[in-house]
Design a binder for this molecule. Sequence first.
Ligand code: NAD
Ligand code: UD2
Length: 319
Amino acid sequence: MARFCVTGGCGFIGSHLSAALIARGHSVRVLDDLSTGSRANLAPGAALLRGDIADPADARAAMDGVDGCFHLAAIASVERGVQDWPGTHRVNLSGTVAILDAARAHRVPVVYASSAAVYGDGPVLPIPEDAPTRPLSAYGADKLGCEQHARVAGAVHGIPTLGLRFFNVFGPRQDPRSPYSGVISIFCDRLVRGNAVEVFGDGEQTRDFVYVGDVVAALLAAMPAASTAAPVLNLCTGQPTSVRALAATVAALCGTPLTLNHRPPRAGEIRHSLGAPDRAREALGLATPTSLRDGLAEVVAWLKAGSPGLAVPAGEPSV
Ligand code: NAD
Ligand code: UD2
């Protein structure tokens, strides 16, 4: 049994990871400020340290005596980075440096969440890890900064790390009510209740949707692969899905007639985002990813069960 720190463990991905670690007999300390996460998401058996990753004292307290850290806490929204550039930078980059600094004394390995946002509009599809990184947002620039500091952590301080560039992650516990919610959580929430969905632009834009269970499997496999060479890997499926096809699949699963309301395209929208999954599959020994349909069925079942884990059940007005 090992002891792990999970930053952001009250959030969408961190709560699934914490539960998986506990199920494997490990002990988990969560560092979370509950800004977008919820206490209801805390995995039974995990200890919660309510604090700020960017506060060096909180970071040190969370890392004290652990065998490894999964660093997932972030302000995980491109739009928030547009509105509050310095505030999101403090959390997304300075917070990561504070966690790496807290890992220094005992060279605690750190597996951390990067993002496909580091690529910007990729010139090649599917995007391999060695494609040029040209982030188009503060969020993407800070995630790229995390990767650079991870390299410094290895080269200068001997801290093993591994970064995973998540593409579009989906699954139960992804909150559908925020304006920054992922398209899958929004579509499932609306179609389960028989409502129309909004499509930005023509709906032919595509994304690489990766199921949260596969993300957890990759995070678990990444910890022993962390090294001072600071590897960075894509976490994706290599399967493109258009927004229109997604809507049709969710509607069929829900048994709801589909009404699409078209809206103007989002400003600065990436047309196609598709990752090359082979390196991560090989390096981490990952299994065939969950099919989109099976993952969507899990989301729909979670919503029909009243969306346990969300502070306010999906479908109710947010405050
Ligand atoms: P989330 O918002 O559900 O979880 C983030 C958690 O971090 C929340 O519980 C929040 O309360 C916590 N947090 C935020 N600021 C904090 C701070 N200053 N100190 C302590 N805790 C803080 O987001 P998620 O979707 O679970 O994302 C997890 C990670 O994966 C993030 O690093 C995100 O950038 C990355 N990522 C996610 C996606 C996706 O599709 N969901 C895609 C690319 C990258
Ligand atoms: C994802 C990440 C974002 C950042 C970005 C980097 C999520 C939730 N967001 O943004 O954090 O990493 O990638 O490039 O993973 N759409 C609709 N109707 C809706 C909602 C969305 O048509 O009601 C479309 C949207 O215009 C886009 C697609 O669905 O084409 C996916 O949208 P998203 O917000 O889920 O994710 P994305 O890829 O814009």
